[in-house]
Write a protein that binds this ligand. Sequence first.
Ligand code: TRP
Length: 451
Amino acid sequence: MDNHSIHGMWSSRLAFILAASGSAVGLGNIWRFPYLASDNGGGAFVLIYLACIVLVGLPIMAAEILMGRQGRMSPVNTLRKLTREGGHSGGWTVIGWIGMVAAVLILSFYSVVGGWTMHYTWLYIAQIFGGAPITDPVATFTGMLASPGTLIFWHSMFMLVTVGVVALGVEKGLERAVKFLMPLLFLILLGLLGYGISTGNVGQAIEFLFKPDFSEVTGDTLLAALGQAFFSLSLGMCGIMTYGAYLPKDISIPRVAVVVSATDTSVALLAGLAIFPVLFTFGIAPAGGGPGLIFTSLPLAFNDMPFGIPYAVAFFGLLFVAAWTSSISLLEPPTAFLVEMGKMSRRTSAIVAALFIWAIGLVTALGFNVWQNVRVFGRDLQGAIEFVASDLMLPIGGLLIAIFAGYFLSRDIARSELSQLSKAGFAIWRFLICIVAPVLVLVVLAFKLFG
Ligand code: TRP
């Protein structure tokens, strides 16, 4: 049974591409990317991010998928299997453990923000039926943050729909829903882009997003761009490795890696081009919007544009769906691990993992109100968890994955997993994974620590 995972298998290449794109495309593209670009000064951040996608993200994505397909288990047990069979130190299993902790931390705040998208969808649905309009988006947003009850309620709802899917197994429900809903999200973003173009400030947005000013680049900018590349592609915590474990043998890894990365990157850029014109149109300074950026700015556009309210329902509704297809990929690795311990069914495992993560999510939810004055690393609680998990653990996890795949995993295994690459293509992948990716990650981490 070497070629099958005990957890199930993707039915086709398309199924894998949809699942992996569903994982990659999420809040990272539409919520996190615009606000990081805004906080980090625009153009230089965006260009560094794009460079990180190609030079670090793409080769590591291939490495994660191929390691997963070799191991066919949850990250920890995949690493156990690969190190045992290759005669390497069992210490490498730490990659799986870092991944598991990162998944738990990321999902804990991801679910709270996913809850925001549900809350906003609900607010706009209510408006169609005569509910109060959002005339002061900043007040609406801060009002939501100030209410532990609201945050915890929607955080719980989001966790509930996530665990529902993971408990049932991914293939049936989500695969089919995603096939239809992700293109719809794409269309909605294009519509918002059209609105931006028609109100005339797209030029300013393009300039802000693509005209680099490298004089402003600090260690923090570099780290934020690198962390965002990992976050957006779902890399560094073995999530894509877990999905790779369910990938049939005959499917080309380089091809799916390129398709998934390209899809993810286009959605992020499209979201940027859709959102920044709105900021300029309404004279909101693009700098320093923070995590509230899209929630405090886009409602102004929705109030102004024709059919803005139903449009807002579609926008936040689809953003919720995008977040949902990502959150299941964060819950899958811990769930698969619990299943492999052999004591619990898939359903119980998913529920146990989700409850644990839900409880940690309370720290984020309460960090916006009850504990709003608490500072860790100079950040509020949500910011601190996001920073440690995304900007530190993901690059470190990715670095270890690159080193393991480049220097320890046998070259023959890698070659056979990437058999669709030409000789030159494989040499390029080796160069990226052995040298370019590790050096870049190390330089960025060093810049941050000592720069
Ligand atoms: N990539 C998703 C997004 O952009 C979030 C996500 C899903 C993720 N799985 C992950 C981030 C694994 C890091 C690691 O919203």
